[in-house]
Design a protein around this ligand. Structure first.
Ligand code: PEP
Length: 249
């Protein structure tokens, strides 16, 4: 049985006071599903969030990190720095990092290596843009993103990897992939993993869907056999909406 996960990516939202308010609201929610719950506040609020949530079953995770251990990388944060504030999981490869900050598959491969070397779990994001979907190129694009960033890893590394398929055209747009489109792609991703690492690895990796998941569509998307949860943007900024999604399993 694969782990079900619902992770909220807060992006560049919420100052310290807003973070405290949202966390208070999250702590008042009741979880009725078995899904693992994670939230990713901004770097400046990770420690506060960790302190407030460390005795709960909401994990505080990071949105990004640099691949270097330390040094002259102004403005960056390393894996060991994340660990020092209680973080055990990091999101890597979000499409906004790829698009606005020039993160390539090669850079992401280095980030994945650094995270795993520091015993962080990775939520690795990837997905096609609209033009790829329209031209029927979406599977090839997704396959190459996964191969380029992850296929140098040993099979054993995948116990610390969660995949997040996020079609770029569905992120923050209000347009979701249909449950069938999500299922087709997740099955394709699992087949791609199986071809390289075998069925046991492929069947053990959780694959999340991200892209305008809301309380009114989560159940249908999570009901698909190869969808193991969601990476949630906008709806993660409201505690009621986020937990409606967490409890959609
Ligand atoms: C995301 O940014 O990962 C995301 C899925 O955002 P949204 O839910 O707002 O589409």
């Amino acid at each position: 049985m694969r782990q079900q996960i619902v992770a909220g990516n807060w992006k560049m939202n919420n100052d310290l006071a807003q973070t405290e308010t949202l966390i208070t609201n999250l702590k008042n929610q009741v979880k009725t599903s078995k899904a693992e719950v994670m939230i990713a506040p901004t770097f400046t609020n990770l420690w506060q969030a960790y302190q407030t949530l460390k005795d709960t079953d909401i994990e505080v995770i990071a949105q990004n990190m640099h691949f270097a251990a330390n040094g002259a990388y102004t403005g960056e944060i390393s894996a060991s720095m994340l660990k020092s504030v209680g973080v055990k999981t990091v999101i890597l490869g979000h499409s906004e990092r790829r698009e606005y900050f020039g993160e390539t598959d090669e850079i992401l491969a280095k980030k994945v290596d650094a995270a795993l070397a520091n015993e962080l779990r990775v939520i690795f994001c990837f997905g096609e843009v609209l033009a790829d979907r329209k031209s029927g190129n979406h599977e090839a694009v997704v396959e190459s993103q996964i191969k380029n960033a992850l296929f140098h890893l040993e099979a054993s590394a995948f116990k610390n990897i969660v995949l997040a398929y996020e079609p770029v055209w569905a992120i923050g747009t209000g347009e979701t992939a249909s449950p069938e489109q999500a299922q087709d792609m997740h099955a394709f991703i699992r087949k791609t993993l199986s071809n390289k690492y075998g069925a046991d690895v492929a069947n053990s990796v959780s694959i999340l869907y991200g892209g305008s998941v809301k309380p009114n569509n989560a159940q249908e998307i999570f009901g698909k056999p190869d969808v193991d949860g969601g990476l949630i943007g906008g709806a993660a900024l409201n505690a009621d909406d986020f937990f409606a999604i967490v409890n959609a399993f």
